[in-house]
Design a protein around this ligand. Structure first.
Ligand code: FRU
Length: 604
């Protein structure tokens, strides 16, 4: 007997073990039989295409929905969809594409149907020339914000906003990596995946030392935003040190009537309460809550309306207390408030406030005029969504950011992976000449272990002709440069990274203006976005003509830390060949370079 309808479908040729039935101009069924033993379905992607909705049916029941840019005219790469947990069951991908098709015949011609395949393996060998050598990246797929970082038993856990099914933002999932040294990262399976409440947006983790949330003592608690039509806050817990999470069945634990996201929480031993900061993005404010058990939350206040930079949405908060001037100035609270757009150089930026937190809400410091001073944590274009590790050892406050900018993150010239993290950094507070307290950031001490055998030049003068130093050729110019300059009589000191292709990134120190700028307009590939070629400028915080710098060069980034981290500048660069020369020049008068050291960075 032929069932009416079935006779109408049209089978297309597909790989072994897969049947493809075209149901209409934009609807196709891809079947994998219950006898399949392969681990993955490899889905062919065409980067420039629109997302298709892939409804995953297991024995006829909807298991999950993923969105994939399935290939139309050509296959750019494949992404693995893991079907090992469905072993022994019928799997059907009920795919709805957004293509405009004249007829089924046209739809049948899409490149993905013949290229879709089954495999036991997925090759993650690096294929990218710009993949950093010593910065964290996902093995494949898109990454944005770092999430839920915590430290436990010698292990630094880093979760991140991840799309496992393509190199553009979609399917937000918590990816997971761990490290014992903040340099070498081990990749783990996804930690929290989209569910019926939505995809998994940014959030935080903390160890429940008292077992207050009911998942046991020392369970790792995660709080994140479930994002679908609404954005609500959800709880998950891990009883295996952050490797897997069980989602709390009572979610959401904190629904509000307006968009709110990126919960950041910590436990206060003194009042026995969990404290939560939540971004109220469109209102340009942060909301505060407390809870005894992470499940019932009481609103305690809000902060930010009309204060600081207000142009972009407020996202990804963090709140912590730090000593000022090494403890001599008491302590202050820092409220990180990532904003996008309206960062100091367009697009994404990290604003922060210093002040007091009384357990209920935050009050910001004011300047002599009674106004809140707008403060930025980084003076480059590519450091965003910065948050800190909870439970870090030795009272450390260790931060990491997403090394990109929403202006062009999806257009940068990489594909297998998209986006890296910044170097991990330690934050401290200092009082500047204007009497205000500011945050300094320096690379985490673990980064020093990367230093190879240095080339040192001591005490030399440079003028307009300049002086050149070769960068280590053996590892493609990947290095740390440290520099100690006396430029008291100069107009400018110019530090240039260049390559034989004529590409250059130029740092200019202006001792009179007390600024340091970074110009990447001719740094290599820049034309993928009008927002990429740019000059960014940092205040040097009163260095009186002396400047110390640590400059970290990786395959596609330059991170500058000046005057013991009083200013930091993080910028991406895509030179067509590695920078092999570092040139120091001065104008106005000669500059004295007290010491210049180049450490090749050795990579395991
Ligand atoms: C910041 C952000 C967060 C959100 C996440 C979604 O970059 O917009 O506010 O949770 O990205 O991926």
């Amino acid at each position: 007997m032929v069932i009416a309808g079935a006779a109408m479908t049209c089978h297309a040729s597909a790989a072994d073990g897969i049947t493809v039935d075209h149901l209409g101009v934009n609807n196709t069924l891809v079947r994998v039989g219950a006898d399949n033993a392969a681990r993955y379905i490899l889905l062919p992607v065409q980067e420039a295409n629109d997302d298709a909705t892939v409804n995953v049916l297991v024995d006829g029941k909807l298991d999950r929905v993923i969105y994939v840019r399935l290939a139309k005219s050509k296959v750019d790469y494949k992404v693995p969809f893991d079907i090992s947990s469905y072993k022994g069951h019928d799997v059907v991908l009920n795919i709805v594409s957004s293509q405009n098709r004249a007829n089924v015949r046209e739809a049948k011609d899409d490149a993905c149907w013949s290229a879709i395949s089954l495999s036991d393996t997925f090759d993650t060998t690096n294929t990218e020339k710009y993949r950093p050598a010593y910065h964290h990246t996902p093995l494949y797929g898109w990454m944005n914000d770092p999430n839920g970082m915590f430290y436990k038993d010698g292990v630094w856990h880093l979760y991140y906003q991840w799309n496992p099914y393509g190199s553009k933002w979609q399917n937000m999932t918590w990816g997971h990596s761990t490290s014992t040294d903040l340099v070498n990262w081990e990749h783990h399976p996804a930690a929290i995946e989209p569910d019926g409440l939505g995809s998994i947006f940014s959030g935080s983790c903390a160890i429940d030392h008292t077992g207050s949330a009911g998942f046991g003592k020392d369970a790792v608690l995660a709080m994140y935003t479930s994002a679908a039509t609404s954005q609500v806050q959800s709880l998950a817990a891990s009883r295996d040190n952050g490797m897997t999470f069980e989602v709390y069945p009572g979610n959401p634990v904190l629904p509000l009537e307006s968009e709110a996201r990126d919960p950041n929480m910590f436990y206060d031993k003194e009042d026995g309460l969990w404290h939560l900061v939540l971004a109220h993005p469109l209102e340009h404010e942060m909301l505060f809550f407390t809870s005894p058990d992470m499940k019932t939350w009481t609103s305690t206040g809000s902060f930010g309306k009309g204060l600081g930079a207000q142009g972009g949405v407020w996202e990804c908060p963090d709140l912590f207390e730090l000593p000022v001037d090494g403890g001599k100035g008491g302590s202050k609270w820092v409220l990180l408030c990532n904003i996008n757009p309206d960062g100091p150089f367009g697009g994404s930026g990290i604003q922060y406030f210093t002040g007091d937190y009384d357990g209920k809400t935050f009050t910001a410091d004011t300047g002599a005029d009674g106004k809140v001073v707008t403060k930025w944590l980084d003076f480059g274009k590519d450091n965003y969504a910065v948050v800190s590790w909870s439970d870090a050892p030795d009272a450390r406050r260790t931060l990491i950011g997403w090394m990109s900018n929403w202006q062009y993150a999806a257009e940068v010239p990489t594909r297998q992976y998209r986006s890296a993290n910044t170097l991990p950094r330690e934050v401290s507070l200092f009082t500047a000449d204007d009497g205000q307290v500011y945050a300094a950031t320096v690379p985490s001490p673990e980064i020093d272990a990367l230093r190879g055998k240095p080339t040192v030049r001591r005490s030399f003068s440079v003028g307009a002709k300049g002086s050149e130093v070769a960068l280590p050729a053996a590892n493609g110019g990947i290095c740390e440069i440290t520099l100690d300059i006396d430029a008291r009589r100069c107009d400018t000191v110019e530090l240039t990274l260049s390559n034989p292709a004529g590409e250059k990134a130029v740092m200019t120190y202006d001792p009179k203006a007390q600024t340091c700028s970074f110009d990447r307009r001719e740094s290599g590939i820049t034309e993928f976005s009008v927002d990429f070629p740019a000059v960014t400028t940092a205040p040097t915080f009163g260095s009186n003509g002396y400047l110390t710098l640590r400059i970290f060069i990786d395959r596609s980034s330059v991170e500058i830390f000046g005057n013991d981290g009083r200013f930091a500048m993080t910028n991406l660069v895509f030179p067509t060949e590695p920078y092999n020369t570092f040139t120091v020049k001065a104008t106005g008068a000669k500059a004295k370079v007290n010491k210049l050291t180049v450490y090749p960075i050795s990579i395991k």
